[in-house]
Design a protein around this ligand. Structure first.
Ligand SMILES: [Zn+2]
Length: 87
């Protein structure tokens, strides 16, 4: 049996295993994330301050992309664009 098949047949086991593994190593992950953030503070800051322009024409902060896509303004503008494309 391949590992993939085994996982497929025993999803609960693997879910528990992953949870346990994570819990046992949570301090390690936390320390790693902290270290990573510290070492890459400038890069992260730079990334987060990036602006991007949506297909609807609005400009927003890259970290707000998902939030923006859920807004009514975005929906309306996309709807408008789609209508223009049809005509
Ligand atoms: Zn948009």
């Amino acid at each position: 049996m391949t590992l993939y098949k085994y996982i497929e047949k025993n999803p609960e086991y693997f879910r528990e295993y992953n949870k346990m593994y994570y819990q046992n190593n949570v301090e390690y992950y936390k320390a790693y994330a902290k270290k990573y953030n510290k070492n890459n503070a400038d890069k992260i800051k730079e990334y987060k301050s990036q602006k991007m322009t949506c297909e609807c024409g609005k400009t927003f902060n890259i970290t707000n992309k998902i939030q923006h896509q859920k807004t009514k303004i975005h929906e309306k503008l996309i709807e408008k664009l789609n209508n223009i494309n049809i005509v």
